[in-house]
Design a protein around this ligand. Structure first.
Ligand SMILES: C[S@@+](CC[C@H](N)C(=O)[O-])C[C@H]1O[C@@H](n2cnc3c(N)ncnc32)[C@H](O)[C@@H]1O
Length: 407
């Protein structure tokens, strides 16, 4: 076995050795560490750490390394914060942007409010867990220090769903979202259920904290509407809808967005989802919210209508990749919020860049596409004033950020 020194971390958090023959990846290692291992197809699958660095810490969870959820539990908090900022700075420097970075905002353990479990029948009964790293194997879990405990409280019910509701070889995909002190659950890949089975499942939900259960494409049990607070409104998101990963992360993003738009009176919210930003903004400004998912747009609209006294929200279903909002549609708009999916929003940003909207709050979960889109704005007269990283993704390589652009 040969000895190597880790040079840096790659995009997904694996250690990287820059060897004369190209990159070699070694999971669960940190820059500066001396490791030993056998290279197979450019990867050392099970590196032995022979000289650790001081940033190495004991992982919090016994399932770390097998479970695919976390990749960086072996690194200290300060290392991770610095690495996430560095990763974002590097992406921006590739397009020649060097903005100021604000102090990172971190989120705590046990705060993740959404998770996707895998469950299946076994010879002895059933099992529930998370998929292993880049694999189909289900790692049965008994703890998860990242997830809100309410998510984990659903596991006995998920196990029953697998036992009673999956065909022999199927793996159930169970997306669970915390709603207050309860759970909103969506199951895909389940078998077709008889009326008797449906009433049995409703009973299981009643005995656990599940207030809504969508089975394949049908809601088969609902005791209460699973609502989320957004500004002054209560929104009932469609089953499995996008929500920010943690409540505290969401609060930090909303606060930063409100700061950026300042005293704006007319705001456009692009990729609005169910109204995470549009609804708090409607406390002080009129909003045109756009989103491609009709159910999310309807949820936003209903949530807004129930609260009296908010400024107007025009909620429009629109595919902003194919039909971006055009420059003349930004007439009289004081500020824009944009929060695209990981792919970014090249066509929408190209149109936005042509406008004279004074302030843009750009929220992104992908530094690479953010850098590309930021350069389009900056090449068209916008200034990237600062970037605020909000670490909603404890112990993995994802980065969430908000940035202020002004013209
Ligand atoms: C990162 S999420 C942000 C949602 C919302 N701003 C929030 O914070 O909850 C991106 C949103 O873009 C929507 N989306 C994806 N592709 C889209 C498209 N082509 N046009 C408009 N919206 C799209 C998704 O449905 C999702 O709600």
């Amino acid at each position: 076995m040969s000895e190597y020194i880790i040079n840096r971390l790659g995009q997904l958090g694996d250690g990287v050795i820059d060897s004369p023959h190209g990159e070699i990846f070694a999971p669960f290692t940190l820059p500066g560490e001396h490791i030993e291992g056998e290279v197979k197809s450019g990867r050392i699958y099970d590196p032995k750490i022979i000289k650790p660095v001081s940033d190495r810490i004991k992982p919090s969870c016994k399932h770390f390394k097998n479970c695919g959820g976390c990749t960086l539990q072996h690194a200290s908090d300060s290392f991770l914060s610095d690495w996430k900022i560095k990763k974002t700075k590097e992406a921006l420097s590739q397009v020649n942007l060097h903005p100021t970075f604000r102090k990172i905002i971190n989120t705590k353990k046990e705060s993740r409010r959404r998770a996707t479990f895998a469950a299946k029948r076994t010879k002895k009964g059933s099992m529930v867990g998370f998929h292993g790293r880049a694999s189909d194997i289900i790692v049965e879990i008994t703890e998860c220090p990242v997830s809100d405990p309410i998510l984990l409280s659903g596991m006995p019910a998920f196990s029953k769903f697998a036992l009673l509701g999956s065909s022999r070889k199927a793996v159930l995909r169970i997306s669970a979202t915390v709603s207050g002190k309860s759970l909103d659950v969506k199951v895909d890949n389940g078998k077709e259920l008889s009326a008797t089975e449906i009433s049995k499942f409703a009973q299981i939900c009643n005995q656990s904290k599940i207030i809504r259960l969508m089975w394949n494409n049908d809601i088969i049990a609902q005791s209460n509407p699973p609502s989320q607070t957004m500004g002054l409104a209560q929104v009932v998101p469609p089953s499995g809808a996008f929500l920010q990963a943690t409540k505290t992360g969401e609060a930090a993003l909303v606060e930063t967005v409100l700061e950026i738009i300042g005293p704006a009176k007319r705001v456009v919210d692009l990729f609005s989802g169910c109204g995470t930003f549009a609804l708090p903004i409607s406390n002080k400004a009129a909003v045109h919210a756009l989103e491609s998912d009709q159910n999310m747009i309807s949820a936003l609209d209903s949530g807004w209508r129930i609260v009296g006294g908010l400024h107007n929200i025009l909620a429009e279903k629109r595919d902003l990749f194919r039909r971006p909002l055009m420059p003349d549609e930004f007439k009289n708009i004081d500020a824009v919020v944009i929060d695209p999916p990981r792919a970014g929003a090249i066509s929408q940003v190209t149109e936005l860049a042509k406008t004279n909207v004074k302030r843009i709050a750009f929220v992104s979960c992908n530094p690479a596409t953010f850098a590309r889109d930021a350069s389009i704005l900056c090449n068209n007269g916008y200034n990237l004033d600062w970037v605020q990283v909000v670490d909603q993704f404890l112990w993995n390589s994802h980065v969430e950020l908000v940035a202020q652009f002004t013209k």
